[in-house]
Design a protein. Structure first.
Lengths: 294, 337
Protein backbone atom coordinates (compact mmCIF):
# COMPACT_ATOMS: atom_id res chain seq x y z
CA UNK A 1 0.00 0.00 0.00
CA UNK A 2 2.64 2.50 1.04
CA UNK A 3 4.83 1.47 -1.87
CA UNK A 4 1.93 2.19 -4.23
CA UNK A 5 1.40 5.62 -2.69
CA UNK A 6 5.09 6.40 -2.97
CA UNK A 7 5.14 5.30 -6.61
CA UNK A 8 1.95 7.18 -7.41
CA UNK A 9 3.31 10.38 -5.85
CA UNK A 10 6.62 9.87 -7.64
CA UNK A 11 4.75 9.90 -10.96
CA UNK A 12 2.78 13.01 -9.95
CA UNK A 13 6.03 14.62 -8.88
CA UNK A 14 7.72 13.92 -12.19
CA UNK A 15 4.72 15.30 -14.10
CA UNK A 16 4.79 18.51 -12.10
CA UNK A 17 8.58 18.64 -12.11
CA UNK A 18 8.82 18.38 -15.89
CA UNK A 19 6.47 21.35 -16.23
CA UNK A 20 8.52 23.36 -13.75
CA UNK A 21 11.60 22.44 -15.80
CA UNK A 22 10.00 23.95 -18.93
CA UNK A 23 9.34 27.22 -17.14
CA UNK A 24 12.68 27.30 -15.30
CA UNK A 25 14.70 26.47 -18.42
CA UNK A 26 13.49 29.71 -19.97
CA UNK A 27 14.74 31.71 -17.01
CA UNK A 28 18.04 29.88 -17.02
CA UNK A 29 18.59 30.37 -20.76
CA UNK A 30 17.93 34.10 -20.49
CA UNK A 31 20.20 34.33 -17.48
CA UNK A 32 22.88 32.45 -19.39
CA UNK A 33 23.14 34.86 -22.32
CA UNK A 34 22.10 38.10 -20.69
CA UNK A 35 22.63 37.74 -16.90
CA UNK A 36 19.18 39.18 -16.45
CA UNK A 37 15.97 38.09 -14.77
CA UNK A 38 12.61 38.44 -16.49
CA UNK A 39 9.85 38.75 -13.89
CA UNK A 40 7.20 38.86 -16.61
CA UNK A 41 8.08 35.22 -17.40
CA UNK A 42 5.30 34.32 -14.91
CA UNK A 43 2.73 36.11 -17.02
CA UNK A 44 3.93 34.38 -20.18
CA UNK A 45 2.98 31.14 -18.39
CA UNK A 46 -0.45 32.55 -17.51
CA UNK A 47 -1.05 33.98 -20.96
CA UNK A 48 0.02 30.67 -22.53
CA UNK A 49 -2.57 28.93 -20.36
CA UNK A 50 -5.32 31.37 -21.35
CA UNK A 51 -4.32 31.16 -25.03
CA UNK A 52 -4.70 27.37 -24.88
CA UNK A 53 -8.01 27.67 -23.06
CA UNK A 54 -9.54 30.09 -25.52
CA UNK A 55 -8.16 28.24 -28.51
CA UNK A 56 -9.81 25.04 -27.29
CA UNK A 57 -13.13 26.74 -26.57
CA UNK A 58 -13.34 29.07 -29.51
CA UNK A 59 -11.39 27.54 -32.39
CA UNK A 60 -10.80 23.80 -32.24
CA UNK A 61 -11.16 21.34 -29.39
CA UNK A 62 -7.71 19.86 -29.78
CA UNK A 63 -5.51 19.97 -26.71
CA UNK A 64 -2.29 19.14 -28.59
CA UNK A 65 -2.90 21.98 -31.06
CA UNK A 66 -3.65 24.38 -28.21
CA UNK A 67 -0.24 23.60 -26.69
CA UNK A 68 1.26 24.63 -30.04
CA UNK A 69 -0.74 27.87 -29.98
CA UNK A 70 0.49 28.64 -26.47
CA UNK A 71 4.03 28.01 -27.70
CA UNK A 72 3.56 30.61 -30.46
CA UNK A 73 1.95 33.14 -28.10
CA UNK A 74 4.88 32.73 -25.74
CA UNK A 75 7.38 33.18 -28.58
CA UNK A 76 5.66 36.41 -29.68
CA UNK A 77 5.72 37.76 -26.11
CA UNK A 78 9.40 36.91 -25.81
CA UNK A 79 10.19 38.84 -28.95
CA UNK A 80 8.15 41.79 -27.68
CA UNK A 81 9.74 41.99 -24.23
CA UNK A 82 13.28 41.73 -25.56
CA UNK A 83 12.69 44.35 -28.22
CA UNK A 84 10.90 46.77 -25.89
CA UNK A 85 12.67 46.32 -22.54
CA UNK A 86 15.94 44.43 -22.63
CA UNK A 87 17.45 45.77 -25.85
CA UNK A 88 16.98 49.48 -24.97
CA UNK A 89 18.24 48.95 -21.41
CA UNK A 90 21.26 46.80 -22.29
CA UNK A 91 23.62 49.73 -22.64
CA UNK A 92 22.53 51.54 -19.50
CA UNK A 93 24.85 49.21 -17.58
CA UNK A 94 22.61 48.76 -14.54
CA UNK A 95 21.58 45.19 -13.75
CA UNK A 96 18.64 46.41 -11.70
CA UNK A 97 16.77 48.44 -14.31
CA UNK A 98 15.56 45.61 -16.60
CA UNK A 99 14.45 43.65 -13.54
CA UNK A 100 12.30 46.56 -12.31
CA UNK A 101 10.98 47.22 -15.81
CA UNK A 102 9.83 43.60 -16.08
CA UNK A 103 8.10 43.93 -12.70
CA UNK A 104 6.22 46.86 -14.22
CA UNK A 105 5.37 44.79 -17.30
CA UNK A 106 4.23 41.97 -15.03
CA UNK A 107 1.87 44.23 -13.06
CA UNK A 108 0.55 45.59 -16.35
CA UNK A 109 -0.06 42.15 -17.89
CA UNK A 110 -1.67 40.68 -14.77
CA UNK A 111 -4.13 43.53 -14.52
CA UNK A 112 -4.89 43.57 -18.23
CA UNK A 113 -5.72 39.87 -17.94
CA UNK A 114 -7.76 40.63 -14.83
CA UNK A 115 -9.73 43.24 -16.77
CA UNK A 116 -10.35 40.88 -19.69
CA UNK A 117 -10.75 37.48 -18.05
CA UNK A 118 -12.01 38.41 -14.57
CA UNK A 119 -10.91 37.05 -11.19
CA UNK A 120 -13.03 33.86 -11.27
CA UNK A 121 -10.91 30.73 -11.88
CA UNK A 122 -11.42 29.00 -15.22
CA UNK A 123 -11.96 25.24 -15.26
CA UNK A 124 -9.52 23.88 -17.84
CA UNK A 125 -10.87 20.45 -18.75
CA UNK A 126 -9.39 18.47 -21.60
CA UNK A 127 -10.68 15.31 -23.18
CA UNK A 128 -7.69 13.50 -21.66
CA UNK A 129 -8.20 14.47 -18.00
CA UNK A 130 -10.82 11.79 -17.41
CA UNK A 131 -9.16 8.94 -19.30
CA UNK A 132 -7.10 6.99 -16.84
CA UNK A 133 -4.68 4.10 -17.25
CA UNK A 134 -4.68 1.69 -14.30
CA UNK A 135 -1.52 -0.24 -13.72
CA UNK A 136 -0.77 -2.27 -10.58
CA UNK A 137 -2.91 0.00 -8.40
CA UNK A 138 -1.43 3.18 -9.86
CA UNK A 139 -3.48 5.72 -11.76
CA UNK A 140 -2.03 7.75 -14.61
CA UNK A 141 -4.29 10.01 -16.63
CA UNK A 142 -3.67 10.44 -20.37
CA UNK A 143 -3.27 14.09 -19.55
CA UNK A 144 -0.17 13.25 -17.51
CA UNK A 145 1.16 10.93 -20.21
CA UNK A 146 0.87 13.77 -22.72
CA UNK A 147 2.57 16.20 -20.33
CA UNK A 148 5.52 13.87 -19.76
CA UNK A 149 5.81 13.00 -23.47
CA UNK A 150 5.61 16.59 -24.74
CA UNK A 151 7.88 18.06 -22.10
CA UNK A 152 10.57 15.38 -22.32
CA UNK A 153 10.51 15.65 -26.11
CA UNK A 154 10.84 19.43 -25.89
CA UNK A 155 13.65 19.24 -23.34
CA UNK A 156 15.47 16.61 -25.45
CA UNK A 157 15.10 18.75 -28.59
CA UNK A 158 16.37 21.82 -26.77
CA UNK A 159 19.29 19.86 -25.37
CA UNK A 160 20.19 18.51 -28.81
CA UNK A 161 19.84 22.00 -30.26
CA UNK A 162 22.23 23.42 -27.67
CA UNK A 163 24.75 20.59 -28.05
CA UNK A 164 24.83 19.79 -31.76
CA UNK A 165 23.62 22.66 -33.95
CA UNK A 166 25.72 25.63 -34.93
CA UNK A 167 23.21 28.10 -33.48
CA UNK A 168 23.09 26.18 -30.22
CA UNK A 169 26.87 26.19 -29.96
CA UNK A 170 26.94 29.90 -30.73
CA UNK A 171 24.36 30.43 -28.03
CA UNK A 172 26.51 28.62 -25.48
CA UNK A 173 29.53 30.59 -26.64
CA UNK A 174 27.69 33.87 -26.06
CA UNK A 175 26.59 32.70 -22.63
CA UNK A 176 30.18 31.83 -21.69
CA UNK A 177 31.80 35.02 -22.94
CA UNK A 178 29.83 37.57 -24.90
CA UNK A 179 32.78 39.73 -25.97
CA UNK A 180 34.90 36.88 -27.27
CA UNK A 181 31.93 35.32 -29.03
CA UNK A 182 31.40 38.68 -30.74
CA UNK A 183 35.05 38.70 -31.84
CA UNK A 184 34.53 35.25 -33.39
CA UNK A 185 31.90 36.73 -35.68
CA UNK A 186 28.81 35.77 -33.73
CA UNK A 187 26.14 38.45 -33.58
CA UNK A 188 25.13 38.42 -29.90
CA UNK A 189 22.06 40.59 -30.44
CA UNK A 190 20.38 38.09 -32.75
CA UNK A 191 21.23 35.22 -30.41
CA UNK A 192 19.85 37.09 -27.41
CA UNK A 193 16.62 37.58 -29.36
CA UNK A 194 16.57 33.89 -30.27
CA UNK A 195 17.06 32.97 -26.61
CA UNK A 196 14.19 35.18 -25.52
CA UNK A 197 11.88 33.72 -28.14
CA UNK A 198 12.76 30.11 -27.22
CA UNK A 199 12.61 30.77 -23.47
CA UNK A 200 9.24 32.50 -23.64
CA UNK A 201 7.80 29.90 -26.00
CA UNK A 202 8.73 27.24 -23.41
CA UNK A 203 6.95 29.30 -20.74
CA UNK A 204 3.85 29.58 -22.92
CA UNK A 205 3.63 25.85 -23.62
CA UNK A 206 4.42 25.14 -19.96
CA UNK A 207 1.41 27.29 -19.13
CA UNK A 208 -0.85 25.37 -21.50
CA UNK A 209 0.11 22.12 -19.80
CA UNK A 210 0.03 23.54 -16.26
CA UNK A 211 -3.43 25.04 -16.76
CA UNK A 212 -5.39 21.87 -15.91
CA UNK A 213 -3.28 21.47 -12.74
CA UNK A 214 -3.39 25.09 -11.58
CA UNK A 215 -6.24 27.29 -10.51
CA UNK A 216 -6.38 29.29 -13.75
CA UNK A 217 -6.65 32.97 -12.79
CA UNK A 218 -4.68 35.98 -14.09
CA UNK A 219 -2.29 35.46 -11.17
CA UNK A 220 -1.71 31.72 -11.73
CA UNK A 221 1.80 32.18 -13.13
CA UNK A 222 3.14 33.87 -9.99
CA UNK A 223 3.05 30.73 -7.85
CA UNK A 224 4.84 28.80 -10.61
CA UNK A 225 7.48 31.41 -11.27
CA UNK A 226 8.42 31.72 -7.63
CA UNK A 227 9.20 27.99 -7.64
CA UNK A 228 10.95 28.31 -10.98
CA UNK A 229 13.31 30.88 -9.45
CA UNK A 230 14.07 28.46 -6.63
CA UNK A 231 14.74 25.71 -9.20
CA UNK A 232 17.04 27.90 -11.25
CA UNK A 233 19.11 28.76 -8.18
CA UNK A 234 19.16 25.23 -6.78
CA UNK A 235 20.29 23.96 -10.19
CA UNK A 236 22.88 26.70 -10.66
CA UNK A 237 21.90 29.84 -12.59
CA UNK A 238 22.46 29.48 -16.32
CA UNK A 239 23.01 25.74 -16.14
CA UNK A 240 20.68 23.53 -18.23
CA UNK A 241 21.46 20.12 -16.69
CA UNK A 242 21.26 21.51 -13.16
CA UNK A 243 17.90 23.12 -13.90
CA UNK A 244 16.42 19.85 -15.20
CA UNK A 245 17.64 17.96 -12.13
CA UNK A 246 16.46 20.64 -9.69
CA UNK A 247 13.06 20.92 -11.43
CA UNK A 248 12.38 17.22 -11.00
CA UNK A 249 13.53 17.35 -7.38
CA UNK A 250 11.19 20.26 -6.62
CA UNK A 251 8.29 18.46 -8.36
CA UNK A 252 8.93 15.38 -6.21
CA UNK A 253 9.25 17.46 -3.02
CA UNK A 254 5.91 19.05 -3.85
CA UNK A 255 4.04 15.79 -4.37
CA UNK A 256 5.56 14.09 -1.33
CA UNK A 257 4.98 17.11 0.92
CA UNK A 258 1.34 17.09 -0.19
CA UNK A 259 1.04 13.39 0.60
CA UNK A 260 2.96 13.07 3.84
CA UNK A 261 3.04 16.54 5.41
CA UNK A 262 0.67 19.35 4.46
CA UNK A 263 0.10 21.11 1.10
CA UNK A 264 0.53 24.44 2.88
CA UNK A 265 4.15 23.59 3.64
CA UNK A 266 5.26 23.13 0.00
CA UNK A 267 6.68 26.61 -0.50
CA UNK A 268 8.30 26.58 2.94
CA UNK A 269 10.09 23.27 2.22
CA UNK A 270 11.17 24.36 -1.27
CA UNK A 271 12.51 27.72 -0.17
CA UNK A 272 14.13 26.38 2.96
CA UNK A 273 15.99 24.03 0.58
CA UNK A 274 16.86 27.05 -1.57
CA UNK A 275 18.26 29.05 1.37
CA UNK A 276 20.14 25.98 2.61
CA UNK A 277 21.56 25.49 -0.86
CA UNK A 278 22.66 29.11 -1.04
CA UNK A 279 24.25 28.87 2.39
CA UNK A 280 26.16 25.66 1.67
CA UNK A 281 26.74 25.51 -2.07
CA UNK A 282 25.81 28.79 -3.75
CA UNK A 283 26.98 27.63 -7.18
CA UNK A 284 24.08 25.18 -7.42
CA UNK A 285 23.85 21.43 -7.90
CA UNK A 286 25.85 21.46 -11.11
CA UNK A 287 28.37 24.22 -10.76
CA UNK A 288 29.73 26.29 -13.59
CA UNK A 289 32.43 28.92 -13.74
CA UNK A 290 30.26 31.88 -12.92
CA UNK A 291 31.95 33.42 -9.96
CA UNK A 292 30.75 36.99 -10.18
CA UNK A 293 27.56 36.47 -8.22
CA UNK A 294 28.74 34.17 -5.49
CA UNK B 1 28.80 59.20 -7.48
CA UNK B 2 30.81 61.60 -5.36
CA UNK B 3 29.06 63.67 -2.78
CA UNK B 4 28.72 67.14 -4.34
CA UNK B 5 29.12 68.66 -0.87
CA UNK B 6 32.74 67.50 -0.70
CA UNK B 7 33.63 68.89 -4.08
CA UNK B 8 32.23 72.33 -3.47
CA UNK B 9 33.78 75.23 -1.56
CA UNK B 10 32.78 75.96 2.01
CA UNK B 11 30.32 78.78 1.25
CA UNK B 12 28.42 76.50 -1.09
CA UNK B 13 28.18 73.85 1.60
CA UNK B 14 26.69 76.39 3.94
CA UNK B 15 24.06 77.40 1.38
CA UNK B 16 23.36 73.72 0.91
CA UNK B 17 22.86 73.12 4.62
CA UNK B 18 20.69 76.20 4.81
CA UNK B 19 18.52 75.09 1.90
CA UNK B 20 18.27 71.64 3.49
CA UNK B 21 16.95 73.19 6.72
CA UNK B 22 14.48 75.27 4.73
CA UNK B 23 13.25 72.03 3.10
CA UNK B 24 12.84 70.42 6.53
CA UNK B 25 10.80 73.37 7.80
CA UNK B 26 8.58 73.22 4.69
CA UNK B 27 8.15 69.45 5.17
CA UNK B 28 7.16 69.94 8.82
CA UNK B 29 4.65 72.62 7.86
CA UNK B 30 3.20 70.35 5.15
CA UNK B 31 2.81 67.49 7.63
CA UNK B 32 0.94 69.80 10.00
CA UNK B 33 -1.25 71.43 7.36
CA UNK B 34 -2.13 68.49 5.05
CA UNK B 35 -4.67 66.67 7.28
CA UNK B 36 -6.31 70.03 7.97
CA UNK B 37 -6.76 70.69 4.24
CA UNK B 38 -7.92 67.15 3.39
CA UNK B 39 -10.47 66.90 6.14
CA UNK B 40 -12.40 63.79 5.09
CA UNK B 41 -11.76 60.25 6.32
CA UNK B 42 -10.81 58.92 2.88
CA UNK B 43 -7.95 61.34 2.26
CA UNK B 44 -6.72 61.28 5.84
CA UNK B 45 -6.51 57.49 5.59
CA UNK B 46 -4.56 57.82 2.34
CA UNK B 47 -2.21 60.34 3.92
CA UNK B 48 -1.42 57.95 6.77
CA UNK B 49 -0.86 55.06 4.35
CA UNK B 50 1.47 57.41 2.43
CA UNK B 51 3.47 58.05 5.60
CA UNK B 52 3.76 54.29 6.29
CA UNK B 53 4.89 53.66 2.71
CA UNK B 54 7.46 56.47 2.92
CA UNK B 55 8.87 54.75 6.00
CA UNK B 56 9.10 51.46 4.08
CA UNK B 57 10.65 53.12 1.04
CA UNK B 58 13.40 54.98 2.89
CA UNK B 59 14.27 51.80 4.80
CA UNK B 60 14.64 49.86 1.55
CA UNK B 61 16.54 52.72 -0.06
CA UNK B 62 19.10 52.54 2.74
CA UNK B 63 19.74 48.85 1.93
CA UNK B 64 19.34 49.08 -1.85
CA UNK B 65 20.32 52.60 -2.84
CA UNK B 66 23.22 53.10 -0.45
CA UNK B 67 24.59 49.67 0.42
CA UNK B 68 23.63 48.36 -3.06
CA UNK B 69 22.07 45.14 -1.75
CA UNK B 70 19.28 43.91 -4.04
CA UNK B 71 16.71 43.09 -1.37
CA UNK B 72 13.32 41.70 -2.46
CA UNK B 73 12.45 40.60 1.08
CA UNK B 74 11.27 43.92 2.47
CA UNK B 75 7.66 42.71 2.67
CA UNK B 76 8.84 40.06 5.13
CA UNK B 77 10.32 42.62 7.55
CA UNK B 78 7.13 44.67 7.21
CA UNK B 79 4.95 41.63 7.91
CA UNK B 80 7.09 40.44 10.82
CA UNK B 81 6.86 43.89 12.42
CA UNK B 82 3.09 43.90 12.02
CA UNK B 83 2.51 40.36 13.33
CA UNK B 84 5.06 40.46 16.17
CA UNK B 85 3.64 43.69 17.62
CA UNK B 86 0.02 42.59 17.17
CA UNK B 87 0.53 39.13 18.67
CA UNK B 88 2.41 40.58 21.64
CA UNK B 89 -0.46 43.00 22.28
CA UNK B 90 -3.33 40.59 21.61
CA UNK B 91 -1.95 37.34 23.06
CA UNK B 92 0.34 38.55 25.84
CA UNK B 93 -1.17 41.91 26.70
CA UNK B 94 2.11 43.75 26.23
CA UNK B 95 1.71 47.56 26.23
CA UNK B 96 1.66 49.10 22.75
CA UNK B 97 4.92 51.01 22.88
CA UNK B 98 6.84 48.06 24.28
CA UNK B 99 5.40 45.90 21.47
CA UNK B 100 6.43 48.62 19.04
CA UNK B 101 10.03 48.42 20.25
CA UNK B 102 9.92 44.60 20.13
CA UNK B 103 8.62 44.71 16.52
CA UNK B 104 11.51 46.98 15.54
CA UNK B 105 14.06 44.72 17.25
CA UNK B 106 12.57 41.53 15.81
CA UNK B 107 12.42 42.90 12.26
CA UNK B 108 15.98 44.18 12.65
CA UNK B 109 17.12 40.71 13.71
CA UNK B 110 15.34 39.22 10.68
CA UNK B 111 17.24 41.72 8.55
CA UNK B 112 20.50 40.62 10.13
CA UNK B 113 19.58 37.00 9.42
CA UNK B 114 18.98 37.79 5.75
CA UNK B 115 22.19 39.83 5.60
CA UNK B 116 24.13 36.68 6.43
CA UNK B 117 23.15 35.54 2.93
CA UNK B 118 24.05 38.94 1.51
CA UNK B 119 27.54 38.51 2.88
CA UNK B 120 28.06 35.57 0.55
CA UNK B 121 25.79 36.38 -2.38
CA UNK B 122 25.53 39.22 -4.83
CA UNK B 123 23.19 40.69 -7.40
CA UNK B 124 20.53 38.34 -8.68
CA UNK B 125 21.43 35.53 -6.29
CA UNK B 126 20.71 37.81 -3.36
CA UNK B 127 17.52 38.98 -5.09
CA UNK B 128 16.22 35.41 -5.30
CA UNK B 129 17.43 34.47 -1.80
CA UNK B 130 15.60 37.47 -0.33
CA UNK B 131 12.56 36.67 -2.48
CA UNK B 132 12.66 33.15 -1.03
CA UNK B 133 12.87 34.60 2.47
CA UNK B 134 9.77 36.71 1.78
CA UNK B 135 7.89 33.65 0.43
CA UNK B 136 8.79 31.60 3.52
CA UNK B 137 7.68 34.33 5.95
CA UNK B 138 4.39 34.81 4.05
CA UNK B 139 3.75 31.05 4.04
CA UNK B 140 4.51 30.75 7.77
CA UNK B 141 2.07 33.58 8.53
CA UNK B 142 -0.47 31.79 6.33
CA UNK B 143 0.04 28.28 7.74
CA UNK B 144 0.76 28.76 11.44
CA UNK B 145 -2.95 29.01 12.07
CA UNK B 146 -2.84 28.43 15.84
CA UNK B 147 -0.73 31.56 16.19
CA UNK B 148 -1.70 33.91 13.34
CA UNK B 149 -5.19 32.58 12.48
CA UNK B 150 -3.84 32.13 8.94
CA UNK B 151 -5.95 33.48 6.07
CA UNK B 152 -8.81 34.33 8.45
CA UNK B 153 -6.70 37.15 9.82
CA UNK B 154 -6.67 39.01 13.11
CA UNK B 155 -9.43 41.56 13.61
CA UNK B 156 -10.13 44.46 15.93
CA UNK B 157 -6.56 45.51 16.62
CA UNK B 158 -6.67 48.56 18.88
CA UNK B 159 -4.97 51.83 17.94
CA UNK B 160 -2.12 53.02 20.18
CA UNK B 161 -3.27 54.22 23.62
CA UNK B 162 -3.97 57.92 23.98
CA UNK B 163 -1.10 60.13 25.00
CA UNK B 164 -2.04 61.43 28.44
CA UNK B 165 0.16 63.81 30.40
CA UNK B 166 -0.88 64.79 33.94
CA UNK B 167 -4.45 63.67 33.36
CA UNK B 168 -4.81 65.73 30.17
CA UNK B 169 -5.37 63.89 26.89
CA UNK B 170 -2.75 65.29 24.50
CA UNK B 171 -3.50 63.01 21.56
CA UNK B 172 -6.21 60.41 21.07
CA UNK B 173 -5.00 58.05 18.32
CA UNK B 174 -8.52 56.90 17.46
CA UNK B 175 -8.58 60.27 15.74
CA UNK B 176 -7.21 59.97 12.20
CA UNK B 177 -5.41 63.30 12.29
CA UNK B 178 -3.60 62.40 15.51
CA UNK B 179 -2.59 59.04 14.03
CA UNK B 180 -1.30 60.76 10.92
CA UNK B 181 0.80 63.14 13.03
CA UNK B 182 2.17 60.16 14.98
CA UNK B 183 3.19 58.15 11.89
CA UNK B 184 4.46 61.07 9.84
CA UNK B 185 6.34 62.42 12.86
CA UNK B 186 8.06 59.07 13.32
CA UNK B 187 8.70 58.84 9.57
CA UNK B 188 10.22 62.33 9.56
CA UNK B 189 12.49 61.45 12.49
CA UNK B 190 13.55 58.22 10.74
CA UNK B 191 14.29 60.21 7.61
CA UNK B 192 16.48 62.64 9.58
CA UNK B 193 18.26 59.73 11.26
CA UNK B 194 18.94 57.95 7.96
CA UNK B 195 19.98 61.26 6.37
CA UNK B 196 22.48 61.77 9.21
CA UNK B 197 23.76 58.23 8.65
CA UNK B 198 24.25 58.60 4.90
CA UNK B 199 25.83 62.05 5.24
CA UNK B 200 28.27 60.71 7.83
CA UNK B 201 31.32 58.66 6.82
CA UNK B 202 29.11 55.57 7.18
CA UNK B 203 27.23 56.67 4.05
CA UNK B 204 30.50 56.90 2.16
CA UNK B 205 31.49 53.46 3.39
CA UNK B 206 28.22 51.93 2.23
CA UNK B 207 28.45 53.65 -1.16
CA UNK B 208 31.99 52.34 -1.55
CA UNK B 209 30.73 48.80 -0.99
CA UNK B 210 27.93 49.40 -3.50
CA UNK B 211 30.27 50.69 -6.19
CA UNK B 212 33.09 48.17 -5.83
CA UNK B 213 33.27 45.72 -3.00
CA UNK B 214 36.80 44.55 -3.74
CA UNK B 215 38.24 48.06 -3.79
CA UNK B 216 36.32 48.88 -0.61
CA UNK B 217 37.79 45.82 1.10
CA UNK B 218 41.29 46.81 -0.06
CA UNK B 219 40.80 50.14 1.76
CA UNK B 220 40.19 48.24 4.98
CA UNK B 221 36.39 48.35 4.91
CA UNK B 222 34.78 45.30 6.48
CA UNK B 223 32.08 44.87 3.83
CA UNK B 224 30.37 41.96 5.60
CA UNK B 225 29.88 43.91 8.83
CA UNK B 226 28.49 46.95 7.02
CA UNK B 227 26.05 44.82 5.01
CA UNK B 228 24.78 43.38 8.29
CA UNK B 229 24.42 46.93 9.60
CA UNK B 230 22.55 48.18 6.51
CA UNK B 231 20.11 45.26 6.53
CA UNK B 232 19.57 45.58 10.27
CA UNK B 233 18.73 49.30 10.08
CA UNK B 234 16.56 49.05 6.94
CA UNK B 235 14.63 46.07 8.29
CA UNK B 236 14.10 47.69 11.70
CA UNK B 237 12.53 50.72 10.00
CA UNK B 238 10.21 48.36 8.08
CA UNK B 239 9.30 46.67 11.38
CA UNK B 240 8.14 50.02 12.77
CA UNK B 241 6.07 50.55 9.61
CA UNK B 242 4.48 47.12 10.12
CA UNK B 243 3.50 47.95 13.70
CA UNK B 244 1.91 51.25 12.60
CA UNK B 245 0.11 49.50 9.74
CA UNK B 246 -1.45 46.88 12.04
CA UNK B 247 -2.70 49.39 14.59
CA UNK B 248 -3.89 51.78 11.88
CA UNK B 249 -5.83 49.34 9.71
CA UNK B 250 -6.98 47.23 12.66
CA UNK B 251 -6.94 44.04 10.58
CA UNK B 252 -4.06 41.73 9.68
CA UNK B 253 -4.09 39.15 6.90
CA UNK B 254 -0.92 37.46 5.57
CA UNK B 255 -1.69 38.50 1.99
CA UNK B 256 -0.95 42.12 2.90
CA UNK B 257 2.68 40.98 3.11
CA UNK B 258 2.90 38.88 -0.05
CA UNK B 259 6.07 39.25 -2.16
CA UNK B 260 4.21 41.65 -4.46
CA UNK B 261 4.37 44.14 -1.58
CA UNK B 262 8.17 43.95 -1.85
CA UNK B 263 7.83 44.84 -5.53
CA UNK B 264 5.57 47.78 -4.63
CA UNK B 265 8.11 49.16 -2.17
CA UNK B 266 10.89 48.58 -4.69
CA UNK B 267 8.88 50.48 -7.31
CA UNK B 268 8.55 53.44 -4.90
CA UNK B 269 12.32 53.53 -4.42
CA UNK B 270 13.07 53.27 -8.14
CA UNK B 271 10.45 55.75 -9.31
CA UNK B 272 11.67 58.19 -6.67
CA UNK B 273 15.33 57.65 -7.51
CA UNK B 274 17.32 55.20 -5.47
CA UNK B 275 20.31 56.29 -3.46
CA UNK B 276 18.89 59.76 -2.79
CA UNK B 277 16.63 59.15 0.24
CA UNK B 278 14.51 62.19 -0.64
CA UNK B 279 13.53 60.66 -4.00
CA UNK B 280 11.88 57.56 -2.49
CA UNK B 281 9.81 59.84 -0.22
CA UNK B 282 8.19 61.33 -3.31
CA UNK B 283 8.16 57.96 -5.07
CA UNK B 284 6.20 56.47 -2.17
CA UNK B 285 3.74 59.36 -2.07
CA UNK B 286 3.23 59.26 -5.84
CA UNK B 287 2.75 55.50 -6.11
CA UNK B 288 0.42 55.40 -3.09
CA UNK B 289 -1.79 58.17 -4.39
CA UNK B 290 -1.65 57.27 -8.10
CA UNK B 291 -3.88 54.15 -7.82
CA UNK B 292 -6.32 56.18 -5.65
CA UNK B 293 -6.48 59.03 -8.14
CA UNK B 294 -6.98 56.48 -10.93
CA UNK B 295 -9.83 54.72 -9.11
CA UNK B 296 -12.19 56.25 -11.66
CA UNK B 297 -10.91 53.98 -14.45
CA UNK B 298 -11.60 50.82 -12.44
CA UNK B 299 -9.67 47.66 -13.27
CA UNK B 300 -7.28 49.48 -15.55
CA UNK B 301 -5.73 51.59 -12.78
CA UNK B 302 -3.07 49.00 -11.94
CA UNK B 303 -2.34 48.64 -15.66
CA UNK B 304 -1.51 52.34 -15.71
CA UNK B 305 0.55 51.84 -12.53
CA UNK B 306 2.59 49.07 -14.18
CA UNK B 307 2.99 51.08 -17.36
CA UNK B 308 4.17 54.11 -15.36
CA UNK B 309 6.78 51.99 -13.61
CA UNK B 310 8.05 50.58 -16.91
CA UNK B 311 8.21 54.00 -18.54
CA UNK B 312 10.12 55.53 -15.64
CA UNK B 313 12.76 52.81 -15.92
CA UNK B 314 13.00 53.11 -19.70
CA UNK B 315 13.06 56.88 -20.03
CA UNK B 316 13.97 58.29 -16.61
CA UNK B 317 16.17 55.67 -14.93
CA UNK B 318 17.27 58.07 -12.19
CA UNK B 319 13.65 58.52 -11.13
CA UNK B 320 11.98 61.68 -9.89
CA UNK B 321 15.19 62.76 -8.14
CA UNK B 322 17.03 62.86 -11.49
CA UNK B 323 14.14 64.69 -13.16
CA UNK B 324 14.11 67.26 -10.35
CA UNK B 325 17.87 67.74 -10.66
CA UNK B 326 17.53 68.36 -14.40
CA UNK B 327 14.74 70.88 -13.86
CA UNK B 328 16.68 72.67 -11.11
CA UNK B 329 19.78 72.84 -13.27
CA UNK B 330 17.72 74.33 -16.12
CA UNK B 331 16.42 76.95 -13.73
CA UNK B 332 20.03 77.71 -12.78
CA UNK B 333 19.57 76.68 -9.17
CA UNK B 334 22.32 74.07 -9.24
CA UNK B 335 22.11 70.77 -7.41
CA UNK B 336 21.02 70.43 -3.84
CA UNK B 337 19.62 67.48 -2.03
Amino acid sequence: MTATIVFQQAINGVVLGSLYVLVALGLTLIYGVLVQINFAHADFVTLGAFAAYFFMHLVAASYILSIGVAFLVGAALGWLINASIFTPLRHKGNELLPLIATIGVSVMMQNLMLAWFGPIPYAFETQYSGQVIRFAGIFVSWQNVIIIAVSSLTIALLYAFMKFTFLGKALRAVSQDRETAGLMGINPNRLIMLTFVIASALAGMGGAMLAPVLVLTPFAGTSVIVKAFAIVIIGGFGNVEGTILAGLIVGLIESFTTQFLDPGLIDIVVFALLLLMLAIRPTGLVSERREENV
Amino acid sequence: MSDPALAQPWSNRRTMLLSRWICYVIATLLIIVLPLIFNDTYWRTNLTICAINVLLAIGLDFILGYAGQLNLGHSAFYGLGAYVSTLLIVKLGVPFWMAFVCAIIFAGLAGIFLSLFAVRLRGHYLAIASLGFAVIVHQILLNWISLTQGPLGIYGIAPPPSLVIAGVVIADFRNLTAFFYLVSGFTFLSFLLLKQLVCSPIGGTLTAIREDEVSAASLGINAAAWKVFAFGVGAAVAGAAGCFYASFVGTLVPDAFFVSESFNILAMVIVGGMGTLVGPVFGAILLTLLPEVLRGIGDLRLVVYGAALTFVVLFMPGGLAQAARVVLARLGLGSHS
